[in-house]
Ligand binder design. Structure first.
Ligand SMILES: [Zn+2]
Length: 368
């Protein structure tokens, strides 16, 4: 394999004042294609061309757009990756730290807003806020002989301060990011305007006549691999007053525990899926529910496991929104999450594209 070291002068035209300046760059090139010295030399030259400008312009002190763009691109890309991680872990995380059910979506929108602020900081941060320091740095490099002003720019410069931004992509990106916020919190925004009551220990936590909701028992259980199964019965304590049947159809987890269970204790919360009668008059009313569950779950004993059986009783209230509010809430939650995630992604990508366009702006040449 042929590898050669190269020292060449790289020349730039300042994007702001149009001056030509150059400095020496050292590079190593390896021949990939045919193993010739020419191939190695060309690879070294390409590497030099891809490098962002190393110094501010010695005439006006402006840090060149490719350098600014590279930093921005990196910042936006890192934020995109971090946001993806947050989107995956946040819903469970917020629940884990006992954030009330109706604050989870606004909480996620809040975290998304913090990401937008971070993107804004990355887009608006410019080393060109400090022209005097940049000029001093260029002068220092000039005095050391590292940076040479080859030719001053035309009178009045290129008027290209605007080119240091890529405004359309930036604004589009921020518009997409901003639009993602009401999407993420959409279900809660609709609830707030419609005045649907919150049922903290239910999924969905808005419920109306005709909905099917999962009501959780307050106690957390521990079993091997978090497995459990059960039978449930649900009665309405104030059925007479509401003029409905006392017993409500309800189901719970019935998947068999099986013969082989992973030896890893996990927690679980038993639940009952309750079908609310489809009677419009229940809107705005409170259903007082009595839940009874008989659950079995595997626990470790000796080298194997045994199934333990337990009966749980729970009395809770289900506050009714208008018919099918729960189904609408779930739909908004799912659609909002996908639309919000999609818009956040598109917004961040547009900002990355804007930064990448900055990187390509300007003129540079390797003097052979
Ligand atoms: Zn300049």
């Amino acid at each position: 394999m042929v590898t050669i070291a190269l020292k060449r002068s790289k020349q730039h035209r300042c994007a702001a004042c149009g001056s030509l300046f150059s400095y020496l760059v050292e590079a190593q090139g390896t021949a990939h294609r045919d193993g010739s010295r020419e191939d190695a030399r060309m690879n070294a030259v390409r590497w030099i061309m891809r490098r962002p400008t190393a110094y501010p312009c010695p005439a006006c002190g402006v840090v060149q757009p490719d350098q600014v763009g590279q930093r921005r691109e990196l910042a936006h890309a890192l934020l995109l990756v971090a946001a993806f991680g947050a989107a995956v872990t946040l819903p469970a995380g917020l629940e884990w730290v006992s954030v009330p059910a109706h604050l989870i979506l606004p909480g996620m929108a809040g975290v998304a807003a913090l990401f937008i602020l971070a993107h804004a900081a990355a887009a608006w941060y410019s080393p060109n806020r400090f022209p005097r320091q940049n000029l001093a740095r260029a002068a220092e490099a000039g005095a050391a002989g590292d940076l040479v002003l080859d030719a001053p720019g035309p009178e009045g410069g290129l008027g290209a301060r605007r080119r240091l931004m890529s405004p359309w992509f930036c604004w589009l990106g921020f518009a997409a990011l901003a639009l993602s916020l009401p999407m993420i919190a959409g279900a809660e925004i609709v609830r707030a305007f419609a005045g649907w009551p919150v049922n903290a220990d239910c999924r969905p936590n808005a419920a109306g006549p005709g909905d099917e909701v999962r009501v959780y028992f307050p106690a957390e259980g521990h079993s091997l691999d978090g497995r459990w199964q059960g039978l449930v019965a649900v009665a309405v304590l104030n059925a007479k007053e509401l003029d409905i049947e006392t017993a409500l159809p309800a189901t719970t987890r019935t998947e068999a525990i099986g013969q082989w269970v992973e030896d890893k204790p996990k927690s679980f919360r038993p639940w009952a899926k309750v079908k609310i009668p489809d009677a419009e008059r229940l809107a705005g009313k409170v259903l007082r529910l009595y839940l009874r569950a008989q659950i079995t779950y595997p626990v470790r004993e000796g080298n194997g496991f045994v199934t333990r059986c337990e009966v749980l009783d729970h009395v809770t209230e289900l506050r009714m929104a208008p018919p099918r509010a729960g189904a609408v809430y779930t739909l908004l939650e799912v659609a909002g999450a996908s639309a919000g995630a999609g818009l956040s992604f598109v917004g961040a990508v547009l900002l990355i594209v804007a930064a990448a366009r900055l990187k390509r702006a300007g003129y540079a040449a390797v003097l052979l």
